[in-house]
Design a protein around this ligand. Structure first.
Ligand SMILES: Cc1cc2nc3c(=O)[nH]c(=O)nc-3n(C[C@H](O)[C@H](O)[C@H](O)COP(=O)(O)OP(=O)(O)OC[C@H]3O[C@@H](n4cnc5c(N)ncnc54)[C@H](O)[C@@H]3O)c2cc1C
Length: 260
């Protein structure tokens, strides 16, 4: 471990100010950042803990959307009656992230800011056409993600909440990589205010929309519509857990199961 200072701001403007200092890093649940620091992959001069900011926590339902504070843990989302009622697939997704310890510390905002290419939440945000709110602007899901570990966020920008439009239909299927519990491939599908969307995580190239599958499901929202559908393996990852071709083959299969 390298030495670092540790701040616990109690207001959002203070947090943004502290995050703007040289080599500062925001920390939420620490489930990714602390591991990176232990491995020497990150060595911030200061940590700015978002844990004291009450405005980053909580879940509200209003006029066709559900808004979840960025500091809300995966366990709280999974257990929320509001989320279970409005978007059961989202509660299911949160409840299958990592293990109990990870779900009790990890947060929605941390997952999105980190944008691990195999993370679950990016698929739900893109697959539902959600809106990401920060301390200074709102970003549509299609503008937020920019490749593995990449986002549109500035260094000192704090995600405050995410608004998910409540869909008519939605489903989530995760083919678990058993060593890490991340997705080897995960597919989130939805039909609703944002149209028909199919978002894929775990491919290695960052979360993306499977537009060919979206076209098929727009014609008929049914697993049968995807029978025989294929997805190109170009750009997908090959590793000891599965080849690019294997990952590509999983995508239409999981999308069909997610449709139900
Ligand atoms: C064993 C294990 C298994 C896991 N399995 C899964 C899994 O199956 N699926 C999955 O999706 N994830 C999985 N994760 C990751 C987990 O979901 C983390 O919670 C998540 O990636 C990071 O969230 P955090 O709140 O812990 O963020 P932190 O680790 O605190 O921060 C991560 C990054 O986000 C930034 N950040 C945090 N909050 C904000 C904010 N509000 N605004 C701007 N930037 C912010 C930090 O500066 C940092 O760069 C796993 C982790 C572990 C350790």
């Amino acid at each position: 471990m390298q030495a670092f200072t540790y701040a616990t701001p109690s207001t959002l403007p203070d947090a943004v100010r502290a995050a703007g200092l040289a080599d500062a890093k925001l920390i939420a649940g620490g489930q990714t950042l602390l591991q990176s620091m232990k491995l020497g992959l990150a060595a911030p001069a200061s940590l700015v803990d978002l844990g004291e900011l009450a405005e980053l926590k909580g879940i509200t339902v209003s006029a066709g959307k559900i808004t979840i504070g960025a500091g809300t843990t995966h366990a709280a989302v999974a257990a929320s009656k509001e989320v279970q009622g409005a978007i059961p697939a989202l509660a299911d997704l949160a409840g299958r992230i990592g293990d109990r310890a990870v779900r009790n510390r990890g947060t929605l905002g941390g997952s999105l800011a980190n944008n691990d290419p195999a993370a679950c939440y990016p698929a739900a945000v893109l697959g539902l056409g959600a809106t990401v709110h920060t301390d200074r602007r709102t970003l549509a899901a299609d503008q937020f993600f920019s490749g593995p570990y990449g986002t549109a966020l500035a260094e000192d920008e704090v995600i405050t909440a995410v608004s998910f439009p409540i869909p008519d239909q939605a489903g989530w299927q995760k083919f678990v990589q058993p060593a890490s519990r991340f997705s080897l491939i995960g597919v989130f599908v939805s039909k609703g205010p944002a149209g028909v969307r199919v978002a894929v995580t775990g491919g290695g190239s960052g979360v993306f929309r499977a537009t060919a599958l979206e076209a098929l499901l727009s014609g008929s929202w049914s697993a049968a519509a995807l029978a025989g559908a294929t997805v190109s393996a170009d750009g997908l990852n090959s590793d000891l857990h599965g080849s690019a071709a294997y990952r590509a083959a999983l995508i239409p299969v999981l999308a069909g199961r997610a449709v139900g």
